[in-house]
Design a protein around this ligand. Structure first.
Ligand code: COA
Length: 164
């Protein structure tokens, strides 16, 4: 499909569930921009935006049509500025649907030319969230295989520092 798509999120940190969505989106759209958006409402921030971008750059380097960026302000304004006409969102459970539906409709009201496309998250990742991974890792649980190895290493280091 000859379209430029934006995959926005806070990605604190990127998980294998996000990567599954990115990989599939890269197979559908001609170019995908993974866009990190700092969310001031989220209190459990672990990584800086620069660190999140650096992880994403490393794990997305195998896809030649995937670019990593960040933005502040309205998502639709960012998308228009980039010349993108698609917003990608991953859907995990029915519980995601209500909020996603609300956001998609609000975004369409702001920018009718931009379409939101939903990809179903792989079943093996459907229970994942960045916060859950951070919480389990902070409490000493095993999160191997849920996040890329570079994220795992940095997360454990950071949590160790926080704890000491
Ligand atoms: N696999 C694993 N986890 C996933 C996932 C997947 N496929 N998809 C989502 N998640 C997790 C994320 O890690 C995140 O976890 P966390 O809440 O523990 O950090 C959670 O699900 C929610 O993710 P997401 O829905 O992508 O929210 P977000 O906060 O990461 O991103 C924005 C929301 C950035 C898209 C939204 O706030 C936005 O558009 N901001 C810009 C301002 C704007 O335009 N606002 C008006 C919108 S109408």
């Amino acid at each position: 499909m000859g379209a430029l798509a934006i995959y926005p999120g806070s990605f604190d940190p990127v998980t294998n569930g996000h990567l599954d969505i990115i990989e599939r989106a890269a197979g559908i759209f001609s170019k995908v921009i993974v866009a990190v958006a700092p969310n001031p409402l989220k209190r459990s921030e672990l990584f800086s935006v620069e660190e999140r971008i650096s992880f994403l750059n490393e794990v997305c380097s195998k896809w030649t049509n995937v670019e990593v960026d960040s933005f502040t302000g309205l998502l639709v304004e960012y998308a228009i500025g980039k010349g993108a006409n698609i917003i990608i969102r991953g859907l995990r459970f029915v519980s995601d649907f209500e909020f996603e539906f609300q956001m998609a409709l609000m975004n369409r009201r702001q920018a009718p030319s931009i379409e939101t496309v939903f990809l179903m998250t792989g079943a093996e990742h459907s229970y994942l969230s960045s916060s859950l991974v951070k919480e389990v890792a902070a409490l000493g649980g095993n999160v191997e295989g849920l996040v890329p190895d570079i994220v795992l290493k940095s997360m454990l280091k950071k949590l160790q520092k926080k704890g000491s």
